[in-house]
Design a protein around this ligand. Sequence first.
Ligand code: SF4
Length: 64
Amino acid sequence: MKVKIDYDRCMGDGHCSEVCPEVFDYDDVQTEVHVTSDEVPKELEDKVRKAFEECDTEAIIIEK
Ligand code: SF4
């Protein structure tokens, strides 16, 4: 699984980083989220899916 952020949609609330801090790193100075790993580790895929479902602006893009 690979994951990206659509910065045109992201409102920078950092919620994904609360759900899965291992993959979504929140920069509270820039109020911006960065994806930390190119390929999501298998054991974190469920947490990434949860973040995807809970992102209000649908800014998280999951690629298989
Ligand atoms: S949950 Fe969605 S809108 Fe919020 S910071 Fe993450 S990607 Fe951006």
